[in-house]
Ligand binder design. Sequence first.
Ligand code: UDX
Length: 457
Amino acid sequence: MKYEKNILCIGAGYVGGPSMAMIAYKCPTCKVTVVDINHQRIAAWNSDDLPLYEPGLDAVIAATRGKNLFFGADIEAGIRENDIIFVSVNTPTKVFGVGAGMAADLQYWEKTARQILQYSQSPKIVIEKGTLPVKTALAMERILSNNKTVHFDVLSNPEFLSEGTALRDLENPDRVLIGYRDTESGIMARDTIVEIYAHWVPQERIITSSIWSSELSKLVANAFLAQRISSINAISALCERADADITEVATVVGMDSRLGNKFLNASVGFGGSCFKKDILSLVYLCRHYGLNEVADYWEGVVKINQYQNDRFIANMLSAMFNTLTGKRICLLGFAFKANTGDTRESPAIVIAGRLLEEQAEVVISDPKALKNAGADLEGIAGKISYVLDPHEAAQGCHAVAVLTEWDIYRDLDFQKIYDNMAKPAFIFDGRNILDHKRLFEIGFNVYPIGKPALTHF
Ligand code: UDX
C-alpha cells in the first residue's frame, strides 16, 4: 500500500510512543514507524505488556499496531525509508562536567543527529519532539549541514502531553506548536507537519512560530506550571503555622478568573521527568547570558520544591517523637502522580531515602509503580518491602504516608487499617486527598499539608 506520508520516530519512550500511536490512529493514510536503541523496549511495545502504563493506550495500540504503526529496532533502515523524522530521545540533566546538575545532557540527541546524517540518502524533515534547550535545533542543523547532497529541514514541535492523561491530551490538545525557519523549504516543511495534525486538531489550535520561540515556550510553560505548585506549597508552610487552611486559601485564589483554579493543589512536592529538568535548563540558559537575577528567580521554584520534601520528613519526625528508628512506615503511592507507573523525580524517592536514613522500615505500595520503585531504591541500605495491596501494606505500621493521589486511596477501609496498625497511629496526607475529620474520629493522628494537624495528644 502506498502511504500519504512515511513517518519515523526515533525514541519509543513516554513521549514518542503515545504521540506516534495517536498520529497513526488519527491518520490511517500515514505509515508510522517507531525505533529505539533499547531492543527490550521495542519488544515490549510489540507485546501485550506495553512498556508504560497510560489510560487508553492499549486500545489505541490495538487499533493501529501492525496496520500503520510499527515498532522496530532498525534505525538505519528507518532513516533511509522515511522522509519525516521525529526525534524523541531523552535529554536528562547532565551529571558530569560543565553544567552538571543543570544543563541538559545532549549526548543521545547528538548521536541521533549523526545517525540521521550518516544514513540519509534523500531530503528529510527532522522534528525535535522532546523538550530541548533553546538553540538545540541550531546544533542539529550544523551537524546535518555536513551532508552537501541531501537537504534537511529542522523543525521544533514540543509535546505538551501530561502523563496519566497522555491520550486525552494528544487527542484534544490545548495547542500544537510548530517552530520553523522562515525559508522556502522551511515553510514547506512546516506545512507538511501542519497537515499531519490537521487530521484531527482544529486549525486555530495549531500555532506556528520561530524555532527559538517554540523551544523556549516549552521550557517556559513547564516553569510556569511548576511555579504555581511551588507558590502554593510555600504558602502551605505558612498556613500550618498560622492556623489557616491551604485548601480554603487556594479556592479563593483560584476563583480569581485571571488566575484560574488549576495546579493549586498543595502537595509533598512536584515530580516527573520535566519540571525540574526544564527549570534547571532555563536557569542554566539565563546564567549563560549573564542574567543572574532571572536565574535566581526560577531556581527558587526548584528550591521550594526541595524544601517541601524536607518539610514533609521534618513533620513526620517531630510528630513521631523525633525518632523513626525501627518504626514501620507505609508509603501509599510511589509514582510521581496518579495514573502512571512513572517514578522519575518522584518525591517518594526522596522521602523513602530519608526514612531509611532514619532507620525506619519502609513498606511501599502502589498500583502501577512497584517495579520502578524497586529499581529506584536498588542498592539503598535498609529494610524495604513492596506490597501491592494497600491494606496489607499498612498492617503493623506506625504511620501511613500518602505520596501519590491515586483515587483508590480515598476509598480504603481506614477503620480496618487503623485496627491493624501500631498505636498511636499516624497518617501523613502528602496530597490532601483523604477525609481528615473522619480519620481523626477513627483514632488516627492526622497531618495534612497546609492545614492544622488533628491530634489526640
Ligand atoms: C508536565 C506538564 O504538565 C506537561 O505539559 C509537560 O509536557 C510535561 O511535564 P507531567 O510531568 O506529566 O507533565 O505531570 P503534571 O500533571 O504536570 O504534574 C507534575 C507534578 O506536579 C506531579 O508530581 C503532580 O503530582 C504535581 N502537582 C500537580 C502538584 O503537586 N499540585 C498540583 O496542583 C498539580
